[in-house]
Design a binder for this molecule. Structure first.
Ligand code: PLP
Length: 400
């Protein structure tokens, strides 16, 4: 295993050894095709149904048949939106938010530019809270689907999706939420909510990459994205990825078991890290809404330095964190989420995300607290925006 302190769990998590142990027999002993009419197939089919029930329990869904296994968060997001547009061909409007993951935003851009749909992208305030007035104004009977994330991957800020879903229902729109970051970290009871569809991804909750699920509430009009065999009740064709499905089931069971720990011990570690950084490092602040967010996520903007440089120096100390989201950190520009919140240019560049998991220990957090202030100090001494006297220079660059 790579040695070091891994605080990039919103990018991906380590497969739990118990999850791996559940998966392994599916490669060798239980290798049958679940659609086959013999014992080899039936053994695997039974395990897939067990996994479905674990995901149902984690989501608090009413029926296990509401869970459709997919290849991950991106496929689930795309399926939810495309299915709804096909099922309601006369409705040509989509409502989403400006801070969604590219799995939703890029699809919406495509639908707008190439297919002529109208996309309402709802903005956020300085703390990443959704503009509720703009949301209400965008809703109408022309809206086929609202797709708004439960938790933001960069800041951990939570949107009030249950309330948003009720409002969407009032105008006859379906409500989908990308809950890839939220599932397994906060309790859910979808049976009691107006949410029609929800996306989740295995690799964010200690299951493997390339497996996920789409929750589709019973009675929701649905059109499959992949057509072929009758797997997943004809909602997602293709021979099931049985080992990964069983892994997701095991991970869901474990997530439910560890939910209280996530919301107490992990939350306390996150708070300890954050408070220490705020106390020890001048000119930094928390981005997003510190009061309404995931228990594991902390995003601190260190002003007047580059996030990439912070990550490189952290990496030299064996510490893995992230600037923005893993998907956007290939570019040097601040992320769309920082921009949407109006985080000043000189701070957005230094936004650094630390995302913990149930595997994070207090000793690791103490080690990070011991190292980060020195790194920031070293980089500020090299920064053109920082004076030798230890204060920002008056010059304030802005976004292009
Ligand atoms: N949605 C959100 C909020 C995410 O954070 C991610 C992954 O980073 C995805 C969707 C995509 O999920 P997957 O990697 O399983 O396709």
């Amino acid at each position: 295993m790579t040695k070091g302190i891994y605080l990039d769990n919103n990018a991906t998590t380590r497969v739990d050894p118990l999850v791996l142990a559940e998966m392994l027999p599916l490669f060798s002993e239980h290798f049958g095709n679940p659609s086959s009419m013999h014992g080899f197939g039936a053994a695997v089919g039974g395990k897939i149904e067990w996994a479905r029930q674990q995901v149902q329990a984690l989501l608090g869904a009413a029926h296990d048949s509401e869970i459709v296994f997919t290849s991950g968060g991106t496929e689930s997001d795309n399926t939810a939106i495309l299915s709804t547009l096909e099922a309601f061909p006369k409705k040509r409007e989509i409502v989403t938010s400006v801070v969604e993951h590219p799995a939703v935003l890029a699809l919406c851009d495509y639908l707008e530019k190439k297919k002529g749909y109208t996309v309402h992208r709802i903005g956020v305030d300085g703390k990443g809270n959704l503009d509720m007035d703009a949301y209400k104004a965008a809703l109408s009977e022309n809206v086929a689907i609202v797709s708004i994330m439960w938790a933001n991957n960069e800041t951990g800020t939570l949107f009030p999706v249950e309330e948003l879903a009720v409002m969407a229902k009032d105008v006859g729109a379906l409500f989908h939420t990308d809950a890839v970051q939220a599932v397994g970290k906060i309790p859910m009871k979808l049976a009691d909510s107006a949410i029609d569809m929800l996306s989740l991804s295995g690799h964010k909750l200690h299951a493997p990459k390339g497996i996920g699920a789409l929750y589709v509430k019973r009675g929701t009009r649905f059109r499959p994205m992949l057509r072929g065999g009758h797997q997943e009740r004809s909602r997602r064709a293709g021979t099931e990825n049985a080992p990964a499905i069983v892994g997701l089931g095991a991970a869901a069971e474990l997530a439910l078991h560890h939910m209280a720990d996530e919301n107490t011990r992990v939350r306390a570690l996150r708070d300890k890290l954050e408070q220490a950084l705020l106390a020890k490092v001048p000119n930094c602040f928390v981005t997003g809404n510190p009061d309404v967010r995931l228990p594991n996520t902390c995003n601190v903007a260190f002003e007047y330095i580059e996030g990439e440089a912070i990550l490189l120096l952290l990496n030299e100390h064996g510490i893995a964190a992230s600037s923005g989201s893993a998907c956007t950190s290939g570019s040097l520009e601040p992320s769309h989420v920082m921009r949407a919140m109006g985080v000043p240019y000189t701070a957005a560049h230094g936004a650094t995300r630390f995302s913990l998991s149930r595997e994070t220990t207090e000793a690791e957090i103490d080690a990070v607290i011991a190292v980060v202030p020195g790194i920031i100090d070293r980089l500020r001494k090299l920064s053109p925006y920082w004076s030798q006297e230890g204060a920002p220079k008056a010059f304030e660059p802005t976004y292009a």
